[in-house]
Every structure is written in structure tokens, then in C-alpha cells.
Design a protein around this ligand. Structure first.
Ligand SMILES: Cc1cc2nc3c(=O)[nH]c(=O)nc-3n(C[C@H](O)[C@H](O)[C@H](O)COP(=O)(O)OP(=O)(O)OC[C@H]3O[C@@H](n4cnc5c(N)ncnc54)[C@H](O)[C@@H]3O)c2cc1C
Length: 332
């Protein structure tokens, strides 16, 4: 970074947001569930929607790229770090704007929202209990659990675009599909989202949430760092999964004989084939290399090209072939 430019950017942030709100060279590893990766050139953990909008406006004025981060549970950050501002949309408020609807800020954790709803006898999201991350991150990838999509419960969302313009949108405008939303293309930030809620007994909701948590404990390696499922499940309209194999990325990885395979400190989980785990010493490039090995091997042995579910952010030491992505989404 050129020093004069750095001072100009620091001054612009200080004027808009207050001195020392935006910090430089902030490590991101502890802000992701993979617990690896480099630093953000600039970093702000936001306190309000107004602050998110101001930060985006400053970045536009000084031509600084913005990367959004929530709970960091679906990202892999390169060891060379992330250029520009990492805007961590974290925490916020929950309320009932009108009967039958719950509104949560984009930085509220899904688990926090579910606890809040369950304790008030409000049903709708309890099956997502145990999904790490935030409301904003959840809508970005339209978090899914056992065939259900989070977006199916969405009533309205409020977004800020790359110019800082704020607008409310209906669910259809978000183009929510399996592991997709328009946010992946537009880079808009979720400021808040409203979900449908109906009355039910807290005890009944706790039972459903408990069953989801128990299922996760049984099937996912929760004691070690990971980012959940690495690859999307194959798409029946595009991918020809060989007969006898369930249409899931985990089953394909398992059938290709990759469970337990390691690169450096990264390993394909023995419990769940679509999880890559780190014992705490995997570099981001170890994980990227292992991802590519899985992709190539599954393609070579079973003819299905796996697509990333996790989002790669920033710059990596590893300089392999770019991963196949959803159209118009970059992977650094
Ligand atoms: C153990 C484990 C289990 C998991 N189980 C599931 C599961 O069952 N189902 C599932 O779908 N996922 C699962 N995941 C993945 C992850 O929990 C979800 O994708 C989660 O919704 C990501 O939210 P996040 O806030 O952590 O997003 P991040 O990882 O911080 O970000 C992911 C993407 O969302 C964007 N983003 C973040 N915040 C916002 C915002 N406010 N506005 C717009 N864009 C934003 C980021 O720019 C990034 O591109 C699991 C992960 C782990 C570690």
C-alpha cells in the first residue's frame, strides 16, 4: 500500500466513522471457523446499519474493495490476506415488527435468533439449530438443512448495495436457490431480514432444535476446525451421478476413496466426506490443495465435477488452477 494513500484512507474512515474504529492489518484466522488465513488490510466490526452504509460509502469514495464477513463459518481466507476493507457484520437486534414476523439484523447469529424465537414460543427456524454463522451469511448462501432452505422462511430483507444505497426487497428479488442468492453476484450487504414465525409451545420447539443438534453431533466433526460442507451437492440437471451413489458431494468423496486423505495439516474428515478439517495447523493453501485433489479425483473416478460451497477470500500462496465457480463469482 502506498503510504500517502494509506493516510488518505485512514483520514476518510476517521471522519466518517470516528478515529480508530477502522483498524489496519487485523488477523482474520480467529474470526473464521477454519481458524486459518491471513490479515485484512483494513477491518471494521460494525455496530449498526448506519455504520455499514457509511463504511461502504467511504470505500467507494477512496476506491477500496469491500469484503463482507459474518461468522466466518463458510469461508476460507488466503494466507496472504484480504486487500481493502473487511466489513464484519456482527451482532445486532431482534424484534417483532408485526404479528407473525421476526426481524433480525444481518449480524445476529442464526443460533442466537433461534434461541430467541424458541424461548418466546415462535416457530419457523428451529430446525436450523446448530448452524454456525449469521443471518446475512445464511442468506448469502441460502443455508440448507436436510433439504430445507432458509430462504423459504424469508418475508423481507433490507440490503445496502456497493454505493451505500439501501432498499427493502421481497424474497423473490433475492433469487434464492440451493446454495445461491443474488448476493453472491451483487455483493450487497444484508442489513436485516424478516422471517415468518408462528406460535408453538417452547418445549415442542426445543425438541425439534435438540433433534437437529443431535443429528449434527452424530454426523459432523464438530470438535475440530472446519467450514462445514466444502462442496455443493451435485445438481440433478447438470451432473450425472453414477447409479448407486446418493446425489451428495460427501457420498462422491467417500466413494472416490478420499476420506482421511491429508495435505499438510488439512484432512478429509473420516466422519463426513464433505468436511475438510484442520487440527489447527492447516494453512489455507493446504486446504485449497486438498480441495483440488478431491475435485480432480472425484471427476477422474466418477465423472462429476464438484463445485465449491465455501467462499474463498483474499490471496493464497497456492497458485493452482482457479476452481470452477458459480457464474460471475470470483474465488481469490
Ligand atoms: C460445523 C459447521 C456446520 C455447518 N452446517 C451447515 C448447514 O447445515 N447448512 C448450511 O447451509 N451451511 C452450514 N455451514 C456453513 C455456514 O454455517 C453457513 O453457510 C452460514 O450461513 C454462513 O454464515 P456466516 O455468517 O458464517 O458467513 P461467512 O462465512 O462470514 O460468509 C459467507 C459469505 O456470506 C457473505 N456474507 C456474510 N455476511 C453477510 C451479510 N450481512 N450480507 C451479505 N453477505 C454476507 C460473505 O461475504 C461470504 O461471501 C456449516 C458450517 C460449519 C462450520
Amino acid at each position: 500500500m502506498v503510504e500517502g494513500n494509506t493516510e488518505r484512507i485512514a483520514e476518510a474512515f476517521a471522519v466518517a466513522l470516528g478515529r480508530d474504529r477502522v483498524r489496519r492489518a487485523v488477523a482474520l484466522d480467529s474470526r473464521t471457523t477454519f481458524r486459518t488465513g491471513g490479515a485484512a488490510d483494513w477491518f471494521l466490526e460494525t455496530r449498526s446499519a448506519a455504520e455499514i452504509v457509511r463504511a461502504i460509502e467511504v470505500c467507494r469514495q477512496v476506491a477500496l474493495p469491500v469484503t463482507l464477513l459474518g461468522g466466518g463459518s463458510n469461508v476460507l481466507v488466503g494466507e496472504r490476506g484480504v486487500r481493502g476493507l473487511v466489513l464484519r457484520i456482527w451482532r445486532g437486534a431482534i424484534g417483532i415488527p408485526r404479528p407473525g414476523v421476526v426481524r433480525a439484523d444481518g449480524g445476529v447469529t442464526l443460533n442466537g435468533l433461534i434461541r430467541w424465537m424458541v424461548s418466546r414460543g415462535l416457530a419457523g427456524l428451529e430446525r436450523w439449530a446448530g448452524t454456525p454463522g449469521t443471518v446475512g451469511g445464511g442468506l448469502h448462501g441460502n443455508a440448507h438443512f436436510q433439504g430445507e432452505l432458509l430462504g423459504a422462511h424469508l418475508v423481507r430483507a433490507c440490503l445496502a448495495d456497493a454505493n451505500g444505497r439501501v432498499r427493502e426487497v421481497a424474497p423473490a428479488a433475492l433469487e434464492l436457490g440451493y446454495d445461491t442468492s443474488r448476493l453472491q453476484r451483487s455483493g450487497e450487504a444484508v442489513l436485516w431480514a424478516e422471517f415468518a414465525a408462528h406460535d408453538d409451545a417452547p418445549a415442542a420447539l426445543r425438541k425439534v432444535a435438540g433433534a437437529s443438534l443431535a443429528y449434527r453431533k452424530r454426523t459432523q466433526p464438530l470438535a475440530v476446525p472446519s467450514a462445514g460442507c466444502i462442496f455443493q451437492n451435485p445438481d440433478g440437471t447438470r451432473d450425472a451421478v453414477p447409479d448407486g451413489i446418493p446425489p451428495s458431494a460427501g457420498a462422491l468423496i467417500d466413494r472416490a476413496g478420499l476420506k482421511g486423505l491429508s495435505v499438510g495439516g488439512a484432512q478429509v474428515s473420516r466422519l463426513h466426506g464433505n468436511f475438510i478439517v484442520s487440527e489447527g495447523r492447516a494453512t489455507a493453501s493446504d486446504i485449497r490443495r486438498l480441495m483440488e485433489t478431491c475435485r480432480e479425483t472425484v471427476y477422474g473416478r466418477l465423472g462429476v465435477m464438484l463445485r465449491d460451497e465455501i467462499v474463498c477470500l483474499g490471496e493464497f500462496d497456492w497458485q493452482g488452477a482457479p476452481a470452477p465457480r458459480r457464474p460471475a463469482e470470483a474465488c481469490g
